[in-house]
Design a protein around this ligand. Sequence first.
Ligand code: ASP
Ligand code: MG
Length: 426
Amino acid sequence: MALIVQKYGGTSVGSTERIKNVARRVAKWQKAGHDVIVVVSAMSGETNRLIALAQEIQKNPDPRELDVVASTGEQVTIGLLAMALKALGRKAKSYTGPQVRILTDNAFTKARIKEIDAHRIREDLENGNVVIVAGFQGCDSEGNITTLGRGGSDTSAVALAAALKADECLIFTDVDGIYTTDPRVVSNARKMDKVAFEEILEMASLGSKVLQIRSVEFAGKYKVPTRVLSSLTDPDIPIEEEEESGTLITFEDSKMERVLVSGIAFSRNEAKITLPHVPDVPGIAYKILGSIAEANIEVDMIVQNASKDGMTDFSFTVARSDLDKALKVIEKEVSPYIQEGGVLSDPSIAKISVVGVGMRSHAGVAAKMFKVLAEENINIKMITTSEIRVSIIVDEKYMELAVRALHKAFGLDKETRSMEQSRLMH
Ligand code: ASP
Ligand code: MG
């Protein structure tokens, strides 16, 4: 007998029919002798609808009141699911976040969980209940309702699993797991059976479509065994089969066999800014990036080249949606440093990252990546690396070609990606 937290997202509870299916699946686990805590999202589209309502009243809704409104979607689904379980003859009890007392800070619309009071949940479980908790919400120390940011139910689930020391946190969703890359771009992208949590953090652009990134951070911090799997299979499939499905996020940092590259993430949401001719003296990077940071614009990659005649060039990337704002800031704050070259910007770039914990102990992933791109005649505009990631910027129009070529070259389309297969082939 195990303690299992199961989370069902908006699509999985998108209709009363689907809620009944969730109840059947949950009942199956409980009948098998497990203690089950279920965390649910609002029915799909509901949170958007609620936020739109608020915006009809106030263009920028008051954050405290927005949370009061936005958190109600989940309250509907917990009640409906509890009824569906009772209709199947199961004991069930639903709670909102504040009722459990999921204590958060007071950052409305993006609150962070500080503490969870588990005693009521434990009592209910002991009495044979399925405990159903509304995702995405909690309350601050003064009892104000807070929400955890879009997609926050994942974080509620993982945090509950951590607080109750659950044996596993199962994130049921409308895809069957996490893929080596986006299957819409690479048709033979493969579902991963396992992925290291650090890889998922790096692959934010892949993983975050499936999981709120904060939930992954939580899983990593408290080592919560977390599995992403489909809620659209037959709810009565055998538990053993269900337990083997999906993608398991792992934490072992052992020397065990590791594939070099696990996945390829990419993002079109990038733009590059270059100041081609700035003085190569202390304080210039601070002057440029300081003013950008002050405007609350996030900078991703930064490159400064060699200096010539006391001048250098300085490039960085921002989210494409921030480009105009960033250019205005530079014009205003940094203009004394902008010399003849002016400011160059490029809104049509894309970022591609090759990620894998295995590359930590093997040199040459970057070299192989560059070779593949050279063979495709794709120009690399910027490069950054970390221990487990190599990221490049290319022209957006070559992005898909590059992702496909890299996916193939690193053997990610192969059934078994053994160390040998994905080792560097020169
Ligand atoms: N219902 C919330 C949202 O749509 C939270 C969630 O689904 O995880 O963002
Ligand atoms: Mg989600």
